[in-house]
Design a protein around this ligand. Structure first.
Ligand code: PGA
Length: 224
């Protein structure tokens, strides 16, 4: 299967409008953090009443409230400026038993499934914190971060950057009814090229989206 690619000059407006149209009470939505979705989130102020949001991943070893944490980021970038916030579920990196926490989260996600999962693209092909080597059957788990991911975390304000994290696995991600992969900026052009040209496999995990029947890449002109 080829991965559908849509390219927009007015990328953030397009993605925000599309997401706004999908929002409805009862929607089960998985959201990423990172820099890519920030302009989309900035454009949304309403429509989240009755929506359940599952956060895609979380860094380990950062204090609660740390600005680089994914739960802090989704609050400050999106939830705090919504008229009616969604219910938010997240992986807790401070849980005493991390394996049990990951199992709890995946059971919660799989309980009703995901209607729509939105992802960013790592320059190394990661989805969430499913780093290279992650297979389509990977479950929600504790992961060691790749060096490029640690550098990215430094840019988010984590200094020293985390060495590990928790991520929704690719198996529950790929069970989502629909997936949007967001890719923006000239610095992501090489990763987008690899995504489109390489054989599907764990070496560049985003290629595994090709096996999904309803996945689309939404890119801006600079990335494409
Ligand atoms: P970015 O991160 O949106 O900050 O580029 C994407 C990712 O690493 O998944």
């Amino acid at each position: 299967m080829t991965l559908r690619l849509e390219v927009y000059d007015d990328w953030a407006d397009q993605v925000a409008t599309r997401l706004g149209q999908r929002l409805r009470p009862g929607l089960r939505l998985c959201l990423p953090t990172g820099a890519t979705p920030a302009p989309v989130y900035a454009r949304l102020a309403t429509g989240f009443a009755g929506v359940t949001v599952f956060l895609l991943d979380e860094f380990g070893g950062l204090a609660p409230g740390h600005p680089a944490r994914c739960d802090t980021t989704i609050r400050t970038r999106l939830l705090d400026h919504l008229d009616q916030p969604p219910v938010l579920h997240a992986l807790d990196p401070d849980a005493p038993d991390l394996a049990a926490e990951c199992a709890r989260y995946q059971t919660l996600v799989d309980g009703g499934g995901l209607d729509l999962t939105i992802l960013g693209l790592g320059s190394n092909g990661h989805l969430g914190l499913n780093e290279p080597g992650s297979g389509a059957d990977s479950t929600t788990r504790v992961v060691k971060l790749a060096e490029s991911t640690r550098r990215r975390a430094t840019a988010y304000g984590a200094n020293p950057p985390p060495t590990w994290g928790l991520t929704l696995g690719l198996a529950p991600v790929l069970r989502s009814t629909e997936i949007w992969l967001l890719v923006t900026g000239a610095h992501k052009a090489p990763a987008l090229r690899r995504l489109r040209e390489e054989a599907a496999g764990p070496a560049f995990p985003a290629t595994l989206l090709r096996r999904h029947p309803n996945a689309v890449v939404l890119a801006d002109a600079a990335a494409a």
